[in-house]
Design a protein around this ligand. Sequence first.
Ligand SMILES: Cc1ncc(COP(=O)(O)O)c(C=O)c1O
Length: 188
Amino acid sequence: MTRVANQHGAINLAHGFPDFDPPEELLVALEKTTRGPFHQYAVTWGAPRFRQALARKIPRFTGLAVDPDQHLVVTCGSTEAMMVAMMTACNPGDKVIVFSPFYENYVADTILSGAEPIYVALRPPDFAFDPDELRRAFQQRPKALVLCNPSNPSGKVFTREELLYIAKLAAGLRDGAAGGDPLGAQGP
Ligand SMILES: Cc1ncc(COP(=O)(O)O)c(C=O)c1O
């Protein structure tokens, strides 16, 4: 799309180009790091010092205790992480809920895992989902739901209420209620 947009002088909505440089502190740290003894292959699931630093950071943001050797794998970007997660979670024939519009790789990840996407619309102006549509999607017993928050490309930030509703449907599915309705008779 970038090549075609350039060819026609169109506004390119296919590719994000930040109009600012990375923070100076980051550039200085990066330069310093290139002078260190860091030029050999790391262990394949991530350099220990990096995983240890992540294990110190993650609890501050999530409240989750993380063991750097048991719980962390460093991937080459989030594209690889998503693909690994999808192939771990899904078997051929499974279903995956994808909010639409979606970041392009999510459906490719789903299909490459042999799973089938169930699209749930996010509708402008606030890109909210219809609770009944999501409930119907959960009735198909999906194996996974892709939650991109804030979402690319809409920029939608899911509200606490929406996240709790998604969690409630997921818990209902886990607890086996979704042969019928993941929320039972309770409603949202
Ligand atoms: C939602 C989303 N996921 C993944 C990616 C790609 O990330 P990475 O370069 O870490 O693989 C992008 C890039 O724009 C993105 O917007």
